[in-house]
Design a protein around this ligand. Sequence first.
Ligand code: NDP
Length: 388
Amino acid sequence: MTRRVSIFGATGSVGLSTLDLIRQHRSKYQVVALSANGNARAIAQLAREFDAELAVVADESAYAELKEALAGTTIEVAAGPQALIEAARRDADWTMASIVGCAGLPSTMAAIEAGKTVALANKEALVSAGELMMAAVRRSGAVLLPVDSEHNAIFQCLAGGKIDQVRKITLTASGGPFRAFSLEEMRAVTPAQAVAHPNWDMGAKISIDSATMMNKGLELIEAYHLFPVGLDKLDILVHPQSVIHSMVEYVDCSTLAQLGSPDMRIPIASALAWPERIATTCKPLDLATIGQLTFERPDQLRFPALRLARAAITEGGAKPAIMNAANEVAVAAFLDGQIKFLEIVALVEATLSAYVPDAPKGLDDLFSIDAGARHYARRELEKLTSGN
Ligand code: NDP
C-alpha cells in the first residue's frame, strides 16, 4: 500500500530531507501536496519530480511564476495562506509540518483538526499554540509524530513504556557553535559563525536558535506538551557529540536512550515509516571511532534562553507565544546585521516584560498575541538599534 504524503515547507532543510527519503522509496509513497513560501521555481521542480497532485506557494506574488513553471502538467497550483490551509485538509495519510516559524501554525492546525497523522518539525507552532494544539489533537484524534531529533528519540524510548512510570526525560543539546565561548567572545560573533553548526546541517533560523540555545528552550516547551510528565521531570544535558539524541529514565532507574549519527533523515525516516521502519543511506553509528561521549550541564548565564523557556512554561498563558514571536523577530534582525548576538535573547526578555496580554482562549486570540508580540519586539528592536 502506498502512503499518501503532503509536505509543508518542502523546499527547506527538513522538507528536502523528507523528499530525499521518498526518492529512495518511491513505490511506498505518493506525493499529494508540496508547499513553499516564495520559492516557486524549486517547488515546481519538486512537484514535477515527485508527480505531486498540488503545489502551493504561501506568497501570492509567486503564483504567476509557479503557474508558468507547471504549465502543461496536470499538477494543480495554488497560492496564499488559505490555499495552504485547504491543502492541509486534503486527503493524505501523512503530513510533514516543516514550515519554519509560527507561519506554519495555520496549516499544522488545519491538518490536526482534520484528524491527520502529522509529523511535526515546526516546533514554533506547538510552542506558540501549546494547550490549544494539544486539545485539538485530543478532539480530532490526530496522531502527532515528533520529528525534532530529541523528541523523536523520546518518542522511540517511550514505545512500549508507560508515561506514568517515567522518572525523568533528558533532552540532549549539542551546545551549538559557542558552547566553549566566553561571554566576551559571544558578544562579537557574526551571523556566519552562528549559522555554522558543528554537527547539524539545518536552516538558518534553527541554526541561530541552536547557537543561543533558544532552540533547546523551544524544545523544552515542545517536550512539555508532547510528553506530559511535568516540568520538574524534564532535564537538559549538553552532549557535544550529538550521538545520544535524548533519554528516558523509568522509575526502576533503567534509562533508555536513542542513538544515531546527527542526520535529520534518521528521525524523519522513523516518522515517515511509522510504525514500520525503512532503510536509509545515512551513516551508521561507529562508536569505536567516536570513542567518547561526553556530557556537561548547560550554562544558564551564557545561555539565558533556557531560563526564559522554563519561566514561560511556569507562567503559561501567552508567555510561550510571546517568547517565540519575539525570538523570530530577534533572529531575523540578527541575520540582517541589525543587532548583536547577545541582544537576541535580551530582546526576547525585554518583549516578555513589556507585553502582558491575557491568556489566549482560542486561535484568534493566539494570532493577535503573536502579532502583538512582534509589534512590541520591533519596538524593543528600535530602542536597541538606535543605541547600537
Ligand atoms: P528552512 O528555512 O530550511 O525551510 C523553511 C521552509 O518553510 C521552506 O520550505 C520555506 O519556503 C517555508 N517557509 C518559510 N517561510 C514561510 C512562510 N511565511 N509561509 C509558508 N512557508 C514558509 O527551515 P528548516 O527546514 O531548517 O526548519 C523547518 C522547521 O523544522 C522549523 O520549525 C525548525 O525549527 C524545525 N526543525 C528543523 C531541523 C533541521 O534540521 N533543519 C531539525 C529539527 C526541527 P521557501 O523555500 O519558499 O522560503
